[in-house]
Design a protein around this ligand. Structure first.
Ligand code: C2E
Ligand code: CA
Ligand code: CA
Length: 439
């Protein structure tokens, strides 16, 4: 009976250990899991208060694609491979873990920031040099805790945040956490809290920036640009809210509001018996994925009984390279309805005039940075003037934006660019001010 009891205890111990293991380790990679990592890092830091430790969170670029293209087991192999690399490559006194899916966390001591980067570079290289038939790129977010009392999971959150800031960035593979991120998050949260009410209460304003005919210098239209007249924060510029609205989807509502404001303005000029100029509105890339775009915009011009050609639709260039199939169909439908289409920010990405040959666009608007960079030297000028000439050969109208100086104007006139928009002529202005211009 004694033997039997021993066996039972043995078994109990073994299954207890197995349970313990399951609670502390990730079964796939054999690495510690998040909760064990948090505890181990805490213990490590507290036991070595004289040392500095770095918390680094890394993940695999396009890991989801590996799972999609191959299968889950390939994804598993990759994760196990990374587990092996960590066991071999990380220094003795370091701690590492798989936090979840393809997110790994490591903690090691350092003396200078340079040490941290060197350690990361070593790891990145070891992971990149693998036997798989595809590339394994990793990106790293770094948090260097100054206060050991911050909970370790919060330290990891901060490292993760730093990692997120470089997603999609082809040049950077690591970033340090910056206090600024927290400030940004708080600010964004405030903006998100206010945006719905702002739309209801009419805090978004339509600003208009004149477009000028370069031959006659007459105002031939305007671009509709959003401004947020915030009751506490004052006038907020689009760069401070449009990117956020594009992330949270609110851009769909704001854009529709701006289009409606534009239709109202045209309607008003017509009602007053004035000469109405077309207004160019921005179409966010997210509308292209939204099936309602054509319906919404045609309903608007019908509601205000204006000709669709009075609404020029600006679509940014990168949409033409990234979403051409979806876009093509939408563009054909918009063209049939009578809208004029413009490629915005032309020259900022990788599109070419050749690509635009088969798309129903009427106008290209040359990006202001493109002008800025190229016009400073002779070769650049040749590039711009040839781009304009080629566009015109393709029967496209050409607009230049960001026209700031008399030299810009003269160069564009010589190159026979049709229309200009920029601070040289006028800054974006409230509707009431634009209304007083002669056009
Ligand atoms: P965008 O469509 O490229 O608009 C032109 C931007 O260039 C405007 O910035 C305008 O103020 C600025 N600009 C005009 N002339 C000059 C110049 O001579 N020099 C310089 N340096 N800049 C000039 P803004 O109004 O701050 O808008 C920034 C971006 O925000 C716009 O770039 C557009 O992408 C987006 N945006 C603005 N309003 C809306 C909107 O209602 N809907 C959507 N989807 N996007 C909008
Ligand atoms: Ca635009
Ligand atoms: Ca633009």
């Amino acid at each position: 009976r004694a033997i039997g009891t021993m066996k039972d205890v043995d078994e109990a111990t073994r299954s207890y250990e197995a349970l313990r293991y399951r609670a502390d380790y990730d079964l796939l990679t054999g690495l510690p899991n998040a909760s064990k990592f948090y505890q181990d890092v805490f213990d490590l830091i507290v036991a070595n208060l004289d040392k500095k430790y770095a918390i680094v969170v890394f993940d695999i670029e396009k890991f989801k694609m590996i799972n999609d293209l191959f299968d889950m087991s390939m994804g598993d192999e990759v994760l196990q491979f990374i587990g092996d690399i960590l066991r071999v490559r990380m220094p003795e006194d370091s701690v590492y873990a798989r936090i979840h899916s393809d997110v790994f966390c490591i903690c090691f001591s350092y003396v200078t920031k340079g040490d941290v980067i060197r350690q990361i570079e070593k790891l990145k290289k070891a992971i990149f040099n693998n036997g798989f038939s595809f590339d394994l790129n990793t990106t790293y977010g770094i948090y260097l805790p100054e206060n050991p009392n911050i909970p370790v999971n919060l330290m990891c959150d901060r490292a993760l945040l730093a990692n997120k800031t470089i997603k999609g960035n082809v040049v950077k593979f690591c970033a340090f956490y910056d206090e600024q991120y927290r400030a940004d998050i708080i600010r964004n949260r405030e903006i998100e809290q206010d945006m719905e009410a702002a739309l209801r209460e009419g805090q978004f304003k339509m600003y208009l920036q004149p477009k000028v005919n370069l031959k006659t210098e007459a105002v031939v239209g305007a671009e509709v640009l959003a401004r947020w007249q915030h009751p506490v924060k004052g006038l907020i510029q689009p760069n401070d809210f449009i990117p956020l609205f594009e992330r949270n989807g609110f851009i769909l509502k704001l854009d529709e509001f701006m289009w409606e404001e534009a239709c109202k303005a045209v309607r008003k000029w017509l009602d007053e018996g004035r000469h109405a100029v077309p207004l160019a509105v921005n179409i966010s890339r997210y509308h292209i994925e939204n099936n309602d775009l054509v319906k919404v915009i045609t309903n608007l011009v019908r509601k205000y009984d204006i000709d669709p050609s009075m609404l020029i639709l600006e679509i940014t260039e990168t949409v033409f390279t990234e979403k051409i199939e979806e876009l093509y169909e939408v563009l054909i439908r918009l063209e049939k309805e009578g809208f004029h289409l413009e490629v915005d920010d032309f020259g900022s990405g990788y599109s070419s005039l050749n690509m635009l040959r088969n798309v129903p666009v009427d106008t290209i608007k040359i990006d202001r940075n493109f002008l800025d960079k190229q016009l400073s030297n002779k070769k650049g000028k040749i590039v711009v003037s040839h781009t304009i000439a080629m566009a015109k050969d393709l029967k496209l109208q050409v607009i230049a934006e960001g026209v700031e100086t008399r030299e810009h104007v003269e160069f564009l006139q010589e190159s026979e660019c049709d229309i200009a928009q920029g601070f040289y002529f006028a800054r974006p202005m409230p509707y009431e001010e634009f209304d007083h211009l002669t056009f």
